[in-house]
Design a protein around this ligand. Sequence first.
Ligand code: HEC
Length: 112
Amino acid sequence: MVLKIVVFISGMLLISSCTQGEISTVKKDDPNVEVDGRLLYINQCASCHGPKGNLGNSGSKDLSKSKLNEAQVLKIIKKGKGTMPPFEYLLTTDKEREAVVQFVMSLRKEEN
Ligand code: HEC
């Protein structure tokens, strides 16, 4: 009996050690997970829009002068627009997308 338990536990350890190293791209909307909208923006968006939103690479719009509301920004983030690709598969949770929307809105308040 004890042997069975030991085998079972070592089996579980083996399984968990195999999955630990994987990078999960699909995250749950865990309320305890902090998301940094600025960091997500820098990683996903700044290549075209620039860190301040006004770079204009690949014909992208100046986000510091954009007049879109939050719902419209969210839709563009999810579905893309023109040559801008959709981001719903990279920013997979509502929380991540909302954080990026908030950062995009904050670009308008800064004095450039
Ligand atoms: C490959 C380059 C590229 C990347 C990466 C990119 N965009 Fe764009 N974005 C564009 C282009 C091009 C447009 C203009 C689309 C059009 O109007 O035809 C645009 C337009 C927008 C608009 C609309 C602005 C307006 O006032 O019309 C928003 C908001 C926006 N992008 C946000 C983002 C966010 C947030 C990210 C990151 C999640 C992002 N973009 C990543 C190229 C990009």
